[in-house]
Ligand binder design. Structure first.
Ligand code: 0O2
Length: 213
Protein backbone atom coordinates (compact mmCIF):
# COMPACT_ATOMS: atom_id res chain seq x y z
CA UNK A 1 0.00 0.00 0.00
CA UNK A 2 1.36 3.42 -0.96
CA UNK A 3 2.13 6.22 1.49
CA UNK A 4 -0.84 8.30 0.33
CA UNK A 5 -3.21 5.37 0.42
CA UNK A 6 -2.17 4.61 4.01
CA UNK A 7 -2.55 8.30 4.98
CA UNK A 8 -6.00 8.63 3.39
CA UNK A 9 -7.43 5.32 4.66
CA UNK A 10 -8.68 6.68 8.05
CA UNK A 11 -10.27 9.63 6.20
CA UNK A 12 -12.17 7.22 4.00
CA UNK A 13 -13.30 5.33 7.08
CA UNK A 14 -14.36 8.57 8.80
CA UNK A 15 -16.39 9.69 5.75
CA UNK A 16 -18.14 6.30 5.56
CA UNK A 17 -18.95 6.30 9.29
CA UNK A 18 -20.06 9.94 9.38
CA UNK A 19 -22.32 9.46 6.36
CA UNK A 20 -24.08 6.63 8.19
CA UNK A 21 -24.36 8.69 11.39
CA UNK A 22 -25.70 11.81 9.68
CA UNK A 23 -28.16 9.77 7.63
CA UNK A 24 -29.21 8.14 10.91
CA UNK A 25 -29.83 11.62 12.28
CA UNK A 26 -32.01 12.34 9.27
CA UNK A 27 -34.02 9.15 9.83
CA UNK A 28 -34.53 9.97 13.53
CA UNK A 29 -35.72 13.47 12.76
CA UNK A 30 -38.08 12.06 10.14
CA UNK A 31 -39.74 9.70 12.62
CA UNK A 32 -39.89 12.11 15.54
CA UNK A 33 -40.83 15.47 14.10
CA UNK A 34 -43.11 16.41 11.28
CA UNK A 35 -40.54 18.20 9.20
CA UNK A 36 -37.08 16.58 8.92
CA UNK A 37 -34.47 19.38 8.74
CA UNK A 38 -32.12 17.19 6.68
CA UNK A 39 -32.97 16.57 3.03
CA UNK A 40 -29.88 14.53 2.09
CA UNK A 41 -26.27 13.90 3.02
CA UNK A 42 -23.18 13.42 0.85
CA UNK A 43 -19.54 12.79 1.64
CA UNK A 44 -16.19 12.53 -0.07
CA UNK A 45 -12.47 12.24 0.58
CA UNK A 46 -10.72 15.21 -1.07
CA UNK A 47 -9.14 13.98 -4.32
CA UNK A 48 -5.33 13.97 -4.33
CA UNK A 49 -5.22 16.62 -7.10
CA UNK A 50 -7.29 19.00 -4.89
CA UNK A 51 -5.08 18.22 -1.88
CA UNK A 52 -2.10 19.16 -4.05
CA UNK A 53 -3.70 22.46 -5.21
CA UNK A 54 -4.72 23.40 -1.67
CA UNK A 55 -1.28 22.58 -0.23
CA UNK A 56 0.31 24.90 -2.83
CA UNK A 57 -2.23 27.61 -2.01
CA UNK A 58 -1.54 27.31 1.74
CA UNK A 59 2.23 26.88 1.37
CA UNK A 60 2.22 23.49 3.12
CA UNK A 61 4.53 20.70 1.88
CA UNK A 62 2.63 18.17 -0.21
CA UNK A 63 3.55 15.25 2.03
CA UNK A 64 1.25 12.86 3.86
CA UNK A 65 1.59 13.70 7.56
CA UNK A 66 0.52 15.79 10.53
CA UNK A 67 1.26 19.23 9.07
CA UNK A 68 -0.92 18.58 6.04
CA UNK A 69 -3.65 17.04 8.23
CA UNK A 70 -3.71 20.15 10.45
CA UNK A 71 -3.60 22.68 7.63
CA UNK A 72 -6.25 20.96 5.49
CA UNK A 73 -9.08 20.09 7.88
CA UNK A 74 -11.42 19.23 4.98
CA UNK A 75 -9.67 16.12 3.62
CA UNK A 76 -12.74 14.32 5.00
CA UNK A 77 -15.78 16.31 3.87
CA UNK A 78 -19.49 15.87 4.57
CA UNK A 79 -22.32 17.95 3.22
CA UNK A 80 -25.81 18.22 4.67
CA UNK A 81 -28.56 19.69 2.51
CA UNK A 82 -31.64 21.29 4.08
CA UNK A 83 -34.89 22.56 2.59
CA UNK A 84 -35.09 25.76 4.63
CA UNK A 85 -32.55 28.24 6.02
CA UNK A 86 -33.97 27.72 9.55
CA UNK A 87 -33.23 23.98 9.33
CA UNK A 88 -29.50 24.77 9.24
CA UNK A 89 -29.57 26.04 12.86
CA UNK A 90 -31.40 22.88 14.00
CA UNK A 91 -28.77 20.66 12.34
CA UNK A 92 -25.87 22.74 13.73
CA UNK A 93 -27.28 22.44 17.26
CA UNK A 94 -27.71 18.65 16.94
CA UNK A 95 -24.09 18.29 15.83
CA UNK A 96 -22.88 20.45 18.74
CA UNK A 97 -24.75 18.14 21.16
CA UNK A 98 -23.20 14.89 19.89
CA UNK A 99 -20.80 12.96 22.08
CA UNK A 100 -19.08 11.04 19.27
CA UNK A 101 -17.48 14.11 17.65
CA UNK A 102 -16.07 17.39 18.94
CA UNK A 103 -16.68 20.69 17.17
CA UNK A 104 -13.41 22.61 16.96
CA UNK A 105 -14.38 25.47 14.65
CA UNK A 106 -17.47 27.00 13.08
CA UNK A 107 -17.64 29.38 10.13
CA UNK A 108 -20.89 31.07 9.32
CA UNK A 109 -20.81 32.03 5.65
CA UNK A 110 -24.56 32.62 5.75
CA UNK A 111 -24.47 35.75 7.89
CA UNK A 112 -21.02 36.58 6.50
CA UNK A 113 -21.48 35.85 2.80
CA UNK A 114 -18.20 35.32 0.89
CA UNK A 115 -17.40 37.96 -1.78
CA UNK A 116 -18.08 35.31 -4.46
CA UNK A 117 -21.70 35.06 -3.20
CA UNK A 118 -21.03 31.71 -1.45
CA UNK A 119 -23.31 30.85 1.47
CA UNK A 120 -22.96 27.82 3.72
CA UNK A 121 -22.39 26.94 7.38
CA UNK A 122 -19.09 25.13 8.01
CA UNK A 123 -18.19 23.07 11.07
CA UNK A 124 -14.78 21.51 11.61
CA UNK A 125 -15.03 18.49 13.86
CA UNK A 126 -12.53 16.17 15.46
CA UNK A 127 -13.62 12.60 15.02
CA UNK A 128 -12.00 9.48 16.55
CA UNK A 129 -11.46 6.64 14.10
CA UNK A 130 -10.65 3.16 15.40
CA UNK A 131 -7.77 1.68 13.41
CA UNK A 132 -5.82 -1.56 13.81
CA UNK A 133 -3.09 0.60 15.39
CA UNK A 134 -5.44 2.19 17.93
CA UNK A 135 -7.57 5.32 17.99
CA UNK A 136 -6.75 8.15 15.60
CA UNK A 137 -8.38 11.57 15.89
CA UNK A 138 -8.91 13.19 12.52
CA UNK A 139 -10.47 16.43 11.36
CA UNK A 140 -13.51 16.51 9.10
CA UNK A 141 -15.47 19.42 7.65
CA UNK A 142 -19.26 19.42 7.62
CA UNK A 143 -20.85 21.94 5.26
CA UNK A 144 -24.51 22.64 5.93
CA UNK A 145 -26.53 24.52 3.32
CA UNK A 146 -29.94 24.77 1.70
CA UNK A 147 -30.75 23.10 -1.62
CA UNK A 148 -30.65 26.53 -3.32
CA UNK A 149 -27.22 27.35 -1.80
CA UNK A 150 -26.01 23.94 -2.94
CA UNK A 151 -27.29 24.47 -6.46
CA UNK A 152 -25.42 27.77 -6.71
CA UNK A 153 -22.21 26.38 -5.13
CA UNK A 154 -22.04 23.36 -7.42
CA UNK A 155 -22.49 25.49 -10.55
CA UNK A 156 -19.92 28.02 -9.36
CA UNK A 157 -17.52 25.21 -8.43
CA UNK A 158 -17.64 23.74 -11.95
CA UNK A 159 -17.16 27.17 -13.53
CA UNK A 160 -14.22 27.65 -11.18
CA UNK A 161 -12.57 24.64 -12.78
CA UNK A 162 -13.02 26.14 -16.22
CA UNK A 163 -11.72 29.61 -15.29
CA UNK A 164 -9.35 28.46 -12.51
CA UNK A 165 -10.88 31.02 -10.13
CA UNK A 166 -10.15 33.89 -12.54
CA UNK A 167 -13.67 34.68 -13.69
CA UNK A 168 -14.28 37.32 -16.36
CA UNK A 169 -15.87 40.36 -14.65
CA UNK A 170 -19.23 39.79 -16.41
CA UNK A 171 -19.48 36.17 -15.16
CA UNK A 172 -18.41 37.17 -11.66
CA UNK A 173 -21.23 39.73 -11.52
CA UNK A 174 -23.75 37.26 -12.89
CA UNK A 175 -22.73 34.67 -10.33
CA UNK A 176 -23.05 37.20 -7.53
CA UNK A 177 -26.52 38.15 -8.68
CA UNK A 178 -27.45 34.46 -9.11
CA UNK A 179 -26.35 33.91 -5.48
CA UNK A 180 -28.70 36.70 -4.37
CA UNK A 181 -31.51 35.23 -6.47
CA UNK A 182 -30.95 31.82 -4.84
CA UNK A 183 -31.08 33.45 -1.43
CA UNK A 184 -34.29 35.31 -2.32
CA UNK A 185 -35.78 31.95 -3.27
CA UNK A 186 -34.76 30.59 0.17
CA UNK A 187 -36.38 33.58 1.87
CA UNK A 188 -39.54 33.26 -0.22
CA UNK A 189 -39.78 29.52 0.57
CA UNK A 190 -39.31 30.23 4.30
CA UNK A 191 -42.26 32.59 4.18
CA UNK A 192 -44.55 29.99 2.66
CA UNK A 193 -42.98 27.20 4.72
CA UNK A 194 -46.12 26.19 6.61
CA UNK A 195 -48.09 25.81 3.37
CA UNK A 196 -45.28 23.80 1.75
CA UNK A 197 -44.94 21.46 4.73
CA UNK A 198 -48.64 20.77 4.90
CA UNK A 199 -48.63 19.96 1.19
CA UNK A 200 -45.58 17.70 1.54
CA UNK A 201 -47.14 15.81 4.48
CA UNK A 202 -50.30 15.30 2.52
CA UNK A 203 -48.40 14.23 -0.59
CA UNK A 204 -46.14 11.70 1.15
CA UNK A 205 -49.08 10.21 3.10
CA UNK A 206 -51.04 10.00 -0.13
CA UNK A 207 -48.21 8.15 -1.88
CA UNK A 208 -47.25 6.11 1.20
CA UNK A 209 -43.74 7.36 0.52
CA UNK A 210 -40.71 6.11 2.41
CA UNK A 211 -37.12 7.11 1.78
CA UNK A 212 -34.39 4.70 2.71
CA UNK A 213 -31.36 7.05 2.67
P1 0O2 B 1 -13.55 21.50 -2.70
O1 0O2 B 1 -13.25 21.09 -4.09
O2 0O2 B 1 -14.99 21.73 -2.42
O3 0O2 B 1 -12.88 20.65 -1.67
P2 0O2 B 1 -9.68 30.43 3.96
O4 0O2 B 1 -10.71 31.44 3.52
O5 0O2 B 1 -8.63 30.12 2.92
O6 0O2 B 1 -9.13 30.65 5.33
P3 0O2 B 1 -10.45 27.76 3.39
O7 0O2 B 1 -9.37 26.92 3.98
O8 0O2 B 1 -10.47 27.92 1.91
O9 0O2 B 1 -10.52 29.15 4.13
O10 0O2 B 1 -11.79 27.17 3.94
P4 0O2 B 1 -13.28 27.66 3.75
O11 0O2 B 1 -13.37 28.85 2.85
O12 0O2 B 1 -13.88 27.77 5.10
O13 0O2 B 1 -13.91 26.40 3.05
C1 0O2 B 1 -13.38 25.89 1.89
C2 0O2 B 1 -14.44 25.05 1.22
O14 0O2 B 1 -15.70 25.72 1.23
C3 0O2 B 1 -14.10 24.88 -0.24
O15 0O2 B 1 -13.28 23.76 -0.38
C4 0O2 B 1 -15.47 24.73 -0.90
O16 0O2 B 1 -15.97 23.43 -0.71
C5 0O2 B 1 -16.29 25.69 -0.07
N1 0O2 B 1 -16.22 27.06 -0.59
C6 0O2 B 1 -15.68 28.13 0.02
N2 0O2 B 1 -15.82 29.23 -0.73
C7 0O2 B 1 -16.47 28.86 -1.85
C8 0O2 B 1 -16.93 29.56 -3.01
O17 0O2 B 1 -16.75 30.78 -3.18
N3 0O2 B 1 -17.58 28.83 -3.96
C9 0O2 B 1 -17.80 27.49 -3.81
N4 0O2 B 1 -18.44 26.85 -4.79
N5 0O2 B 1 -17.37 26.80 -2.73
C10 0O2 B 1 -16.72 27.48 -1.77
P5 0O2 B 1 -12.20 23.72 -1.53
O18 0O2 B 1 -11.03 22.95 -1.03
O19 0O2 B 1 -11.89 25.11 -2.01
O20 0O2 B 1 -12.89 22.97 -2.67
Amino acid sequence: MGQWERFLEPYKQAVDELKIKLKGMRAQFATEIEHAPIEFVTGRVKPLASIYDKSLEKGVPFEPGEELANELPDIAGLRIMCQFVDDIGTVVESIRQRKDMRVVEERDYISKVKPSGYRSYHMIIEYPVQTIHGERAIFAEIQIRTLAMNFWASIEHSLNYKYKGDFPEEIKKRLQSAAEAAFSLDEEMSQIRDEIQEAQRFFSEYRGEQRDD
